[in-house]
Design a protein around this ligand. Structure first.
Ligand code: ZN
Length: 186
């Protein structure tokens, strides 16, 4: 099974509602919202208000990916804004378990994101707590980058780990996924 979650990072930011409508018509399963803070990554994108505004405009689940430092400060606001799926980066906080609980207690899907250089073995201790793992297949920070082929073995390793423990965890592949490489990801 796979789900398609187009990122609004690729859209014209002055016409985001239209872009989401196009994704809906194209039968996207959810909308991926890349939040960048100018600290964890150099770029800045948008915050909670955009999520609450989009929440009014679409029935698709909003899959919010926080590429931010100090996610503990922002997670409550994004939950309130209506993020249905919410992930933050393993690299930025020592409070992974607590933040995952916070997301799950709000009845949302909790995910942990990892950069291309972060080994999947580091997820071992919290795997049971996760609804999904977001594997970055480009370096976080900009849209439109090329898929890093070396990340393929991480996806495979992670799916083996999940299968071994028989956990109902989804793997999100984030970055450089296009029609011509989609089939190589499974
Ligand atoms: Zn993302």
């Amino acid at each position: 099974m796979y789900l398609i979650a187009p990122s609004i990072l690729s859209a014209d930011f002055s016409r985001l509602a239209e872009a989401v409508a196009v994704a809906e018509q194209g039968r996207a399963d959810m909308v991926h919202v890349d939040v960048m803070d100018g600290h964890f990554v150099p770029s800045i994108t948008f915050g909670e208000k955009l999520v609450s505004d989009l929440r009014e405009k679409t029935s698709l689940p909003l899959n919010v990916h926080l590429m931010v430092d100090n996610p503990e400060k922002l997670i409550p606001g994004f939950l309130e804004a209506g993020a249905d799926w919410l992930s933050f980066h393993l690299e930025v906080t020592p409070h992974v378990h607590r933040l995952l609980q916070l997301i799950k207690e709000a009845g949302r899907k909790a995910g942990l994101a990892i950069n291309p250089a972060t080994p999947v073995d580091l997820l071992g201790e919290v795997l049971e707590e996760l609804d999904y793992v977001l594997v970055m297949t480009v370096n976080p920070g900009w849209g439109g980058q090329k898929f890093i082929p070396a990340t393929r073995h991480k996806i495979k390793k992670l799916s083996q780990l999940i299968a071994e423990r028989q956990l109902p965890i989804l793997i999100a592949v984030d970055g450089g996924v296009k029609l011509d490489n989609l089939s190589t990801l499974f």
